[in-house]
Every structure is written in C-alpha cells, then in structure tokens.
Ligand binder design. Structure first.
Ligand code: FAD
Length: 315
C-alpha cells in the first residue's frame, strides 16, 4: 500500500470527524471554489440546473441531498422535506427518458442513528421519500455507509421493496460479506449499485489491499450480471468500466438492462464517451450545505484530487 494509504488517508478520514476542522474549512472561501467541482450548489435551483445539464447531454442522474449521521430528529425531518421538494420539482424538468431521474438517500441522514427507534424512524422516512419518488416517476437508491450499518440497511431495503420493488441499494466490494449479498439481491431482481467502498474499514470486515478489492469487485459484478436484477456499475476505474461491458455480453445482457455510474465532476469526458458509445450512464450529483463528509471522502480516495485542493489553497 502507498504512503497515501498509510499516512494521508487515515489523517483525512479522522479530520472529517473533527467538528473544529469542519467549521474552519467551511469558512474558507477558496475551499468553496474547489468544492464546486464536486458539488454543483447548495440550493434546489442549483441542483435543478445541474440536472438539466446532464439530461441535455444524454446522461441520467441520481441526486443526493447532502447530510449524514444526524442525531437530531428535526434535521432528519428537514432532509425528508428537502427530498420531497426536489421530487415535486422534477416533473417541471419536462419529459425525460423513463428511469433518468433518481434520488440517492443515506439512512443515517434520515435518523438511523437516533438513540431511540432510529431504524424504525429511518425506515418510515425512507418510505415517505420512496412514495414521493413513485409519484414523480423517479427511482430511489439507498446509499451504503460504514459497515456497522449494513445489516440494518439491508433489512430496511427488503422491507421497502415489498411496497416499492424499484428501491435499489448499494453493495461495497471491499466488504468480505458482499459476494453473498450480491447473490441474494441479484436473485430477487433488485437494482444494485456496485461500488468499491469509500469508508475506512477494519481488515476484519474489509479487504485491506486495493488489488483484493478490485478482484472482489469483478467477482461481484459477475454475480450481478448473471442475475435477474439491474446492475449499476459505479466506478471511474478503466478496468471495471471495460470489464462491465465484457461480462454483460458474456451473460447476453441487452443494453438498457444495466448501467454505468460516476460521480459529478469526475471523469466527465469518459462519461460522455460512454454515452456516445450507446451505454447508459448515470451521474451522482450531491447538493446542499452539508458537503464536508462527501468532499473529504473524495479527497481521501485520490491523491490527484488532494493535489487539486492543495494547489487551490496555495493559489
Ligand atoms: P478508484 O479505485 O478510486 O480508482 C481507480 C482508477 O480509476 C484510478 O486509478 C483512475 O484510473 C480512475 N480514476 C478514479 N478517479 C479518477 C479521477 N478523479 N480522475 C481520473 N481518473 C480517475 N461509496 C460508498 O461507500 N457508498 C456509496 O453509496 C457510494 N455510492 C457511489 C455512487 C457512485 C455513482 C459512485 C461512482 C461511487 C460511489 N461510492 C460509494 C464511492 C466508491 O465506493 C469509491 O470510493 C469511488 O467511486 C472510487 O472508486 P473507483 O471505483 O471510482 O476507482
């Protein structure tokens, strides 16, 4: 593993948890300029403009109203209200390709970590958003967070899917358990986003080295492509992107029965190239004022992003 992995990643991840650093950083205006590369704005109008831009270029979108880890029930309610407002505004975008609009939701933003009945409250909140999404002909995917939340999240997703079968979720290839989860969800026809995983996890639960994670990703991808579900291949990695088409062809998957996903602001040219090649591509667009945790994970996963940040701070 690299110096970056051993030294910088843990430091940055620890910094993400520090309230003091967070407050300082959120005051730096230069940070804001850099953040804009990954987060197009703070308001509903900002995100609607960003959505319009992606749709015009032939991409689909999934929208994340930023926020996570709340232990305040009124903040969870505010997050639900923000998603409902966004979904109510979506028909105003005019006619779009079916399935082009999606929201991505974190259960810890909906109250999962509340000291009392957290899981129940998060599930009810997710159900409210799923109903609003259904009304707006939009999709919903429940994001993956740290490993301690996985069992509860998957239980909530199973329960939501009884009423809203189109509810999708995320499986993280770095977790040792994930091949088994892929098999389960692929068999039930679920929409599954496969990503490598973005949290600092202990080796007891996650593969510690990149090569192992990449190999696990490809094993999981095969399971999903072979199954009855709708695989969503969330990666910027050229190997994963190339293998996705190869494996899809191997299992005779028609175009439109799976898709690529990338983050807003990352490999934008590659996103367009894939669309031009006839692939489905969805861009994950975060918005809102609570960008800190998201932004720091993007810096931690790639030294080049960190370099971009440091150069902007210096200049
Ligand atoms: P990496 O392993 O980071 O990089 C591999 C290669 O990809 C690099 O060597 C380079 O060639 C290329 N590459 C990567 N970044 C860049 C760049 N900025 N510019 C140029 N080339 C680049 N994680 C979660 O834990 N939970 C989630 O719910 C979740 N949702 C996600 C949703 C989407 C749509 C995406 C794309 C990612 C999501 N992630 C999520 C993050 C994911 O787990 C990874 O942390 C992140 O995507 C980095 O892994 P990677 O596969 O893109 O490639």
């Amino acid at each position: 593993s690299t110096l970056f992995d051993t030294l910088l990643r843990p430091t940055i991840t620890a910094a993400a948890r520090s309230e003091r650093i967070k407050q300082t950083s959120q005051r730096w205006s230069v940070t804001e300029k850099v953040v804009r590369r990954f987060v197009p704005g703070e308001t509903l109008d900002d995100v609607l403009a960003a959505i319009r831009g992606e749709l015009d270029d032939g991409l689909a979108v999934t929208i994340d109203f930023l926020g996570e880890d709340t232990v305040d029930e009124s903040q969870a309610d505010a997050t639900v209200a923000a998603y409902v407002s966004l979904l109510e505004a979506m028909p105003g975008l005019g006619p779009v390709r079916p399935g082009a609009l999606e929201v991505s939701v974190k259960l810890t933003a909906l109250g999962q970590r509340l000291p009392e009945h957290g899981a129940k409250i998060a599930e009810e909140n997710a159900r409210t958003i799923a109903a609003a999404a259904h009304q707006a002909a939009a999709l919903i995917t429940i994001d993956a967070e740290d490993h301690a939340t996985v069992d509860e999240r998957l239980a909530i997703v199973r329960s939501l899917r009884q009423d809203f079968p189109e509810v999708g979720t995320v499986l993280q290839a770095y977790l040792r358990r994930t091949e088994a989860d892929c098999a389960e969800f692929a068999a039930t026809g679920a929409r599954i986003r496969l990503c490598k995983g973005a949290y600092a996890e202990p080796p007891a639960v996650a593969y510690p080295d990149r090569r192992q994670v990449d190999e696990a990703y490809l094993r999981c991808l095969r399971i999903l492509m072979k199954g009855n579900g709708y695989p969503m291949v969330a990666s910027h990695d050229p190997t994963m992107i190339e293998e996705a088409s190869i494996i899809a062809a191997e299992f005779d998957r028609a175009p439109g029965t799976w898709e690529h996903q990338m983050l807003y602001g990352i490999r934008v040219d590659e996103q367009r190239r894939l669309v031009e090649s006839g692939a489905r591509v969805r861009v994950y667009i975060p918005y809102g004022t609570e960008w800190y945790g998201y932004f720091v994970r993007r810096l931690a996963e790639r030294p080049a992003n960190l370099g971009f940040f440091l150069r902007a701070l210096a200049g």
